[in-house]
Design a protein around this ligand. Structure first.
Ligand code: NAD
Ligand code: TYD
Length: 334
């Protein structure tokens, strides 16, 4: 099996590549990544020189490059490449349209021309918008509220259109909030853990009662592995773990685990159009593909906190770079 993984240097992509190397050492992986602020080659240092793994620096929206690469012959494309942070999409939506929308279209076009057997679009529960009670199924209407989720929705719909019109064998997966090792510290869990370790305030948006369903990244990777092997072409699969927590509950737990005072919690101005609650019905992937999460929330959270404790130089070098300018822009005004 020859896989083209895009955005494989980022948080979920690097965990996915590590998972595939372990579970399917005979699969060949080419990783196409632009190395944006979120792409840190340190994430794959242990893998970079292994046989069967190749890295290409480049942009998924670069049609010529994608065409040249795909002419090498691949069976599967797994598209992780994206601008992924809601708050950044509020500051400037342009790169979200360029990568998430145009980039996905360029990959779909390439998949069409080069006879790819499977195109996995790694999408998000955020395309459904917010739900106060109950759970979204794959048939729920799409109702994105941020420029990020709107750009991901556009990409999902392009997958649908290329499947219907050109028979590109696309499958869309929509996962809930991931956490685990190598997550960029602009996202809630690594931001809270690393700020607390530095004895800095942990910003809580609004009243802190927004709810997310948290899934350990390895469980998401296992689900994608099942979709590659057994997923039905043209299908959409929700992926979630049912670990619903308010942001406040989660941050309190993290501070407790780190033995840091709850007084580090700092309520700040809410995010505009902040989705109140995400929740998915994941019956389809369970019944059709036999996938269910393997990690308990408590164990996965402890393992994640441990990872950040043991990998201080990883997050400290990120926090002192481009991120420090973003952080000032994002939080000093709030
Ligand atoms: P991330 O921001 O950590 O990583 C994104 C990666 O994509 C980076 O390595 C970056 O360099 C690369 N990239 C960005 N633009 C590119 C381009 N034009 N061409 C090539 N590479 C490019 O993101 P993540 O959290 O690992 O998310 C990966 C995917 O999963 C995204 O598509 C995201 O929408 C989706 N997703 C994320 C979550 C989550 O909780 N993090 C949940 C559901 C779905
Ligand atoms: P985030 O990790 O940005 O993921 P998403 O917005 O894609 O769900 O945020 C998770 C939740 O935490 C979301 O409700 C916003 C909130 N949040 C804070 O309260 N403080 C923060 O500093 C961040 C980054 C997020």
């Amino acid at each position: 099996m020859k896989l083209l993984v895009t955005g494989g240097v980022g948080f979920i992509g690097s965990n996915f590549i590590r998972h595939i190397r372990q579970e399917h050492p005979d699969w060949e992986i080419t990783n196409l990544d632009k190395l944006t602020y979120a792409g840190n080659l340190e994430n794959l240092k242990d893998i970079q020189d292994q046989p069967g793994y190749h890295f290409v620096k480049g942009d998924i929206a670069d049609r010529k490059l994608v065409d040249k690469l795909l002419s090498q012959g691949f069976d599967v494309i797994v598209n992780f490449a994206a601008e992924s942070h809601v708050d950044r999409s509020i500051l400037d939506a342009s790169p979200f349209i360029e990568t998430n929308v145009k980039g996905t279209q360029v990959l779909l076009e390439g998949a069409k021309r080069h006879g790819i057997q499977r195109f996995i679009q790694v999408s998000t529960d955020e395309v459904y918008g917010s739900i106060d009670s109950g759970r979204f199924t794959e048939e729920s209407p799409l109702s994105p509220n941020s420029p990020y989720s709107a750009s991901k929705t556009a990409a999902d719909l392009l997958c649908r259109a290329y499947f219907k019109t050109h028979h590109v064998p696309a499958i869309v997966t929509r996962c809930t909030n991931n956490f685990g090792p190598y997550q960029f510290p602009e996202k809630l869990i690594p931001l809270a853990v690393t700020n607390a370790l530095e004895d800095k305030p942990v910003p809580v948006y609004g009243d802190g009662l927004n709810i997310r369903d948290w899934i350990f990244v390895t469980d998401h990777c296992r689900a994608l592995d099942a979709v590659i092997q057994k997923g039905k072409l043209g299908e959409i699969y929700n992926i979630g773990s049912g670990n619903e927590k308010t942001n406040l509950e989660l941050i309190r737990k993290l501070l407790e685990q780190l033995d840091k005072p709850q007084s580090l919690i700092q309520f700040v101005t809410d995010r505009p159009a902040h989705d109140r609650r995400y929740a998915l019905n994941c019956a389809r992937i369970a019944t059709e593909l036999g996938w269910k999460p393997a990690y308990s929330f408590e164990k996965a959270l402890s393992a994640t906190v441990d990872w950040y404790l043991k990998n201080e130089s990883w997050w400290r070098s990120i926090k002192s770079g481009e991120y420090s300018r973003y952080y000032k822009k994002m939080y000093l005004k709030r």
